[in-house]
Design a protein around this ligand. Sequence first.
Ligand code: DC
Length: 222
Amino acid sequence: MINVAIDGHAGSGKSVLAKGIAERLKFRVLNTGALYRGMACAYRESGYKGVDNDKINEFIKDIKISVEFINDEQHVFVNGKDYTPHLREEEISVLSSEISPYQQLRNKVVDLQRDFAKNNNCVMEGRDIATNVLPDAQIKIFLTASAEKRAMRRYLEMKDKDNVTFEQILKDIKERDYRDEHRAVAPLVPAKDSVILDNGDLTVEGTIDKAIEIINKKLGRV
Ligand code: DC
C-alpha cells in the first residue's frame, strides 16, 4: 500500500490538502483529528468531569473506535455510536486537545490508524503521522505557513460569522502551536525525512500541485 503522511500546524490546510491529493490519486483520506474528536464526544457523554490519568484509564477500558465511509464522508463510531454530527463543536475542540496527550488513549487511536494504512492506499493527516504512526510511510509532508498567514486565512473565513479579531485569532494560533510543539507525548515536529511544504504564498490548487510533485518524485514517477 502507498501511504502519504501529512503533519503540520493548526490552520495550515492539512485537511484540504489531504482531500485534494486523495481525489487526484484516488486514495482514501483518514482525518485523524476526527478520531480524537470522536473519543472526546464519548468521553463527554460518559459523564466524566475533568480529565486526569485515572479517568482516562477507566474510560478507555471498554472503548472501541472505528471509522466508516458513508457517501465518501468519514464517520467516526465509538462503541457503535456515530458521533460525526458533533465532531466540530467548540467544546469538543477543547476536550479533544485535553484528552489527546494521554498515551493510553492515543494507543487505541493509533492502532486504528495503522490498521487503516495497512489496508488502504491512503493520505493520513494529523500531528504525529510521519514521526510516530506511520514511520515507514513512503511520502511524508510537513505543511506549514507563518502564524500570521494562517491567522489571516482563518480570520477571512470567520469574520462574517463570528465576532472575532485578527489579533485574537493570531494569539490562539500561537498558543496552539506552542502546545502542539511542546507536549511530552507525540509533539508536532517534522520527521527527519519529511519534506517541508510552506504554503504561505500558495493557493489551495498550488499547494496540491506541489504535493503531487513531491509524491511523484518520491515514487520515482518523474
Ligand atoms: O486536527 P484537529 O484540530 O481536528 O485535532 C483535534 C485534536 O486532536 C487536536 O487538539 C490535536 C489532537 N490530535 C493529535 O493529538 N494527534 C493527531 N494525529 C491529530 C489530532
